[in-house]
Design a protein around this ligand. Structure first.
Ligand SMILES: Cc1cc2nc3c(=O)[nH]c(=O)nc-3n(C[C@H](O)[C@H](O)[C@H](O)COP(=O)(O)O)c2cc1C
Ligand code: SF4
Length: 666
């Protein structure tokens, strides 16, 4: 385990305070705004909302950006249909509802007691209104209504009105959201702003909307709180602005004399590139944007974010002059206490964000009902359950012996939580290493960050004295001979093998075995997929990187339907760059040597594809319940749990949560 007693000097800059306008930020760690949906009622500031964001303030984050606040749109009453979900349009902003200011003040007060500051983001996110009738989100090609002067004046007023209410709640700062395809970005962007009136045309004219918003806000709130903007450092769309042009625009915006800070990141909300960079991106890959603005804006603090999940990287960014404040948003979701752990030199205890993007995918997914949807994190089971854990996860009243069979995500988490609560825990794992399926995920190109979660668990199990026995497989009798008070069967799952004619040939292998490095494969490979998340593209990517010519045959319209839009860019671009061919809508009917017979998923037409050396199956997995069933038949007095994929194969977050809940049950 990494230990350091020189943390204070190691992270000298990270833990130094900074004056930003009228607010003093106690350190440089920032939770930039993340609308994870922590409130029980979406958009409200209630106890679950406060618990989620306050945990980060208590854990050492100095700047709390919490969640975005949508402002009302100047849509005509008769166009009621424009308010349907997904457009971002709001008729009644939440800050105008009774009790909002009081609740925000309560949240602010709680955060201030930790020493941290609250900066609230004001957002006009409306895909039906824009500077011009040009597509806003390239991937959707939604053509908006071009705003007229009256509507523009209304919009400017919404920022000033909202700022006044937030000032009443006492917040320390407000941030005007101008990135991520929000409305101000449609004015700044030469790709989206095609106007020839005062609001468009020249580089300077495109900043007029934002300059007027900032001036109106400043007139209303004066010096009572810090005012800043969040801006995209460069557009990566045809005709979009470059970093150089942004720098020019920033000079015009700074002339207003209203800016106390600038928050810069890079990317788009459709993921090409993504501003919520998944594990495929290097840490802080767009740091040059921060550095350039810091040089240009001299006395205006610059906040930069983009896959910084480690205090060492954050310190380096500060040292190299890339920014004054570091966004570490998912770092704080994965481990709200990482700031305190870094300051105290407990680096080995930090649970690092693995860049899987389940948190944001979950928060924006439109096919899931948003009402009562809880936030989620793959590695931190407390996310969305903060109040429940605070009231339930207590030291054990009576120390018990708990045996866990299986060291994957669920087994490790069950062992970790039980041991942390004071139980005696033995974990047996048949493989040479903890991690289970995490090790397969980590083997895929761009996904090695999944190893970080395994390392975290290894450190935690050592810290809490769990007796970890690797390369050990115990049968039911041997487990019961350990005299456990409770047993968790976290035996995982095994790859599904369909009963398709010809499937038993030696050249038909499982995707898991490919990722594990235990399958042989030839040069021309067919990946047959009945899976909708990362596994299919990861297996294809792994093979293509090793020189194979890969074709994917997928059961439905497109692969990766469950991959969030912020991650899909690098996943798909890797396949495109490696010439991986994708055949949608095909179900495997038979394997005849190197030939594959398929039936269309949409109508039954038959098709044959020939000449493959290897067929790789990605068909999901089925629970391995053998041990559990045997133990159940023994009628032992030990409490018995079936946990993780052995109960039902699900994404990592659910396995982690299931393990934690079992660890709390003992
Ligand atoms: C769940 C989630 C919701 C987000 N919502 C917003 C938002 O409402 N406004 C915003 O400006 N950024 C939003 N972001 C982006 C973050 O502020 C941040 O830029 C991004 O997570 C990358 O920084 P990180 O690598 O430190 O996490 C969101 C991110 C996440 C993970
Ligand atoms: S869900 Fe994944 S990306 Fe989001 S904070 Fe957790 S580990 Fe990081």
């Amino acid at each position: 385990m990494v230990e350091s007693n020189t943390a204070a000097t190691q992270f000298e800059r990270l833990f130094s305070p900074l004056q930003v306008g009228p607010m003093t930020v106690p350190n440089r760690i920032c939770e930039t705004t993340n609308t994870i949906g922590a409130a029980q009622m979406p958009g409200f500031i209630d106890d679950p909302f406060i618990a989620h964001h306050l945990a980060k303030a208590k854990g050492g984050t100095g700047w709390i950006g919490s969640e975005t606040f949508l402002l009302n749109s100047p849509l005509p009453n008769e166009a009621a249909d424009e308010f349907f979900p997904g457009t971002g349009a709001v008729r009644m902003p939440l800050y105008k509802l009774p009790g909002f200011v009081e609740n925000l003040a309560k949240f602010h007060q709680a955060v201030r007691e930790t020493g941290a500051v609250v900066v609230c983001q004001l957002t006009q996110l409306n895909f039906t209104l824009a500077a011009s009738s040009e597509p806003i989100v390239e991937a959707y090609d939604w053509i908006p209504h071009q705003l007229d002067d009256g509507e523009i004046a209304f919009l400017i007023g919404t920022y000033a009105d909202a700022a006044e209410e937030f000032m009443k709640a006492g917040v320390d700062g407000i941030e005007i959201h101008c990135a991520h395809e929000t409305l101000p970005q449609t004015f700044l962007s030469p790709a989206m702003n095609k106007r020839s009136d005062a609001w468009g045309g020249s580089t300077r004219a495109r900043t007029k909307f934002l300059r007027e918003v900032l001036t109106a806000v400043k007139e209303r709130v004066g010096d009572s709180l810090a005012i800043g903007i969040r801006v995209n450092g460069q557009e990566t769309r045809e005709g979009g602005y470059t970093l150089l042009e942004l720098r020019e625009m920033m000079q015009c915006i700074a002339e207003t004399g209203t800016l106390d800070f600038v928050n810069v990141d890079v990317g788009h909300s459709w993921g090409g590139p993504s501003y919520v960079q998944p594990s495929y991106y290097d840490h802080a890959v767009y740091r040059e944007a921060g550095k350039a603005l810091k040089v240009d804006l001299e006395n205006i603090p610059v906040l930069f974010s983009g896959r910084v999940n480690d205090p060492g990287i954050a310190e380096q960014l500060l040292k190299e002059g890339c920014c004054d404040l570091v966004g570490m948003t998912r770092a704080g979701i994965a481990d709200p206490e990482f700031g305190n752990k870094a300051r105290e030199g407990r680096l080995g205890e930090i649970r690092r964000c693995i860049g899987c993007n389940r948190c944001i995918g979950n928060s924006i997914q439109s096919d899931t009902p948003t009402l009562f949807k809880k936030p989620v994190c793959s590695v931190n089971p407390e996310v969305g359950n903060e109040l429940f854990f605070a009231s339930t996860c207590k030291p054990a009243q009576q120390r018990r012996r708990f045996v866990v069979a299986g060291g994957g995500a669920a087994g490790c988490e069950a062992a970790r939580v039980a041991a942390k609560r004071g139980h005696e825990v033995i974990l047996v794992e048949r493989g040479p290493k903890l991690g289970g399926q995490l090790n397969l995920a980590a083997a895929a190109p761009g996904r090695d960050a999944y190893d970080d979660f395994v390392i975290f668990q290894e450190n935690q199990l050592a810290l809490y004295d769990v007796d970890v026995r690797l390369e050990t497989e115990l049968d039911a009798d041997e487990l019961l001979a350990l005299a456990p008070d409770a047993i968790a069967c976290a035996t995982g799952s095994v790859p599904r093998r369909p009963e398709t004619p010809g499937i038993d040939g030696p050249h038909v292998v499982q995707g898991w075995d490919v990722l594990a490095g235990s399958a042989d494969f030839g040069e021309r490979v067919a990946v047959v997929s009945q899976e909708d998340a990362f596994e299919t593209p990861n297996v294809a990517d792994y093979l293509a990187e090793r020189g194979c010519r890969v074709e994917i045959f997928h059961k439905w319209m497109s692969i990766g339907a469950q991959i969030d839009r912020y991650s899909v860019g690098p996943v798909m671009s890797r396949l495109v760059d490696n010439d991986v061919r994708i055949h949608p809508g095909l179900r495997l009917a038979a394997v005849a040597g190197g030939a594959l017979d398929f039936i269309s998923a949409f109508g039954g037409r038959k098709q044959r594809f020939e000449g493959f050396d290897t067929v790789v199956l990605v068909y999901g997995s089925v629970p391995d319940t053998g041990l559990y069933n045997t133990l159940k038949s023994r009628n032992s007095t030990s409490r018995l749990f079936l946990v993780g994929s052995a109960w039902v194969p699900r994404p990592l977050a659910e396995a982690t949560q299931h393990g934690a809940r079992v660890g709390m049950e003992i």
